[in-house]
Design a protein around this ligand. Structure first.
Ligand code: HEM
Length: 393
């Protein structure tokens, strides 16, 4: 079956502001649509995205997951850019550091910090959902946990956020992302070389592994960068999206207040509606036949769209509706297959803690102004989110 082409610019400001109508157009055209602007095939239907994420032999990460050769070369050591068996071995280290046994002891600290945060937001009444809420746990708890020295934290966060742009196609946004990525790597190398990570954290485990010769200095620095890039902007995005979604769907907040057990489903539905990572690329290592018979030739690049798959009406009833207790519990907001998110336990814990603490005290969330998006080639996030909370605890 021949594959249609589209000259849609996925990375224009308009599309980044609201990508969902464009995703739908592309999904409706075919399982795969060729985008000449980025010289890649867009895969947007849930079944095809899921299969691509699981079938690493066909949809490889080993040549990179960005849309330009510079980032793919720069990220060559990142865990996310390995295929099995190299990936399998390195992933063990990540799973140990981020698995249930490691993160369970954090729950108390995270819950306590979330309670404080909820109290502060209530006292403020009006606040910015990003600066005053979404950043709090990642900066104050997760940075501790990973073991970043205090003095580098704000800088590291802003460099990490910008550096996602580097994975987009050639252009001004990508160039500025590369610049920020370069600065971030230099900063991490400096922290590594001067042994400045806080003892006992995840970062220290990787540094020890490098000193013991289990992994090289370059791998350790690459993996440390992976931690920064993967752990913060994603969770911050999901936290802010959650606040925004509840302001748009107040009945869901009431539903949650009436049935707090639904908190366990919250992270899933937030990342389904507003996937913090919208798109990554894969190298097509052998001819790929998709669910409608479309054949992507070996040697091409494909975009796997988490953001589109999660809104696919072929899989999700009323896909644009935020519905905590929806029947379909599957989605690819945290990925799938060998690269499924290694930190999702922690991200879920943070979201549960913050919304759980707010649940007891907030009757509703209201926007007090127009939210501003932080346009990015890869992530979906807000720059500011003016909110008011109405108490009711
Ligand atoms: C709501 C928050 C988060 C979302 C939505 C998210 C999403 C994702 C997605 C979609 C992938 C798959 C990438 C691929 O298919 O190539 C991924 C991988 C990954 N995530 Fe997350 N993530 C989140 C939070 C975190 C946190 C808090 C950490 C670490 C503390 C983390 C660490 C990682 C790592 C290390 C990988 C790479 C795994 C591998 O290549 O095997 N993530 N994440």
């Amino acid at each position: 079956m021949s594959i249609p082409a589209s000259d849609i610019d996925l990375h224009s400001d308009d599309v980044l502001n609201d990508p969902y109508p464009v995703y739908q157009t592309l999904r409706d055209l075919s399982s795969a649509v060729y985008l000449p602007r980025v010289e890649a095939y867009f895969i947007g239907r849930y079944v095809d995205v899921r299969r691509a994420l699981e079938d690493w032999q066909t949809f490889s990460s080993a040549k990179g997951i960005g849309l330009n050769p510079v980032i793919n070369e720069a990220w060559i050591e990142a865990l996310i850019c390995q295929d099995p068996p190299v990936h399998t071995d390195r992933r063990v280290l990540m799973d140990e550091a981020l698995g249930p046994r490691s993160i369970r002891p954090l729950e108390e600290t995270i819950d306590a910090r979330a309670q404080e945060l909820a109290g502060r937001l209530l006292a403020m009444g009006q606040f910015d959902g990003v600066a005053d809420c979404a950043l709090d746990l990642p900066i104050n708890v997760v940075m501790d946990l990973i073991g970043w020295p205090e003095d580098v934290r704000p800088g590291l966060l802003s460099l990490a956020d910008g550096s996602w742009n580097a994975a987009g196609p050639e252009g001004a946004r990508m160039q500025s992302g590369l610049n920020q990525l370069g600065q971030m790597m230099a900063l991490i190398a400096e922290i590594y070389d001067n042994n400045r990570v806080i003892p006992g954290g995840f970062a220290a485990q990787l540094v020890d592994a490098a000193h013991e010769g289990v992994i090289s200095r370059e791998s350790a620095i690459g993996m440390l960068a992976g931690y920064v890039v993967a752990a913060f902007e994603t969770t911050i995005s999901a936290m802010a999206s959650g606040l925004w979604l509840f302001s748009q769907f107040p009945d869901e907040w009431q539903k949650l207040r009436n049935k707090p057990a639904l908190l366990t489903l919250l992270a899933n539905e937030v990342v389904r509606m507003e996937a913090p990572i919208q798109n990554f690329a894969r190298y097509v290592a052998q001819d790929a036949v998709l669910s409608d018979g479309s054949r992507i030739p070996a040697g091409s690049w494909a975009i796997v769209s988490y953001g589109s798959a999660n809104r696919d009406e072929r899989t999700f009833a009323e896909p644009d509706r935020f519905l905590l207790d929806r029947k379909e519990r599957i989605n690819v907001g945290f990925g799938a297959g060998p690269h499924r998110c290694a930190g999702q336990g922690l991200a879920r814990m943070e979201l549960r803690a913050v919304f759980g603490a707010l649940l007891e005290r907030v009757e509703r969330f209201e926007l007090t102004g127009v939210p501003e998006r932080n346009l990015n080639n890869i992530t979906r996030a807000f720059r500011s989110l003016p909110l008011r909370v109405v108490g009711g605890g």
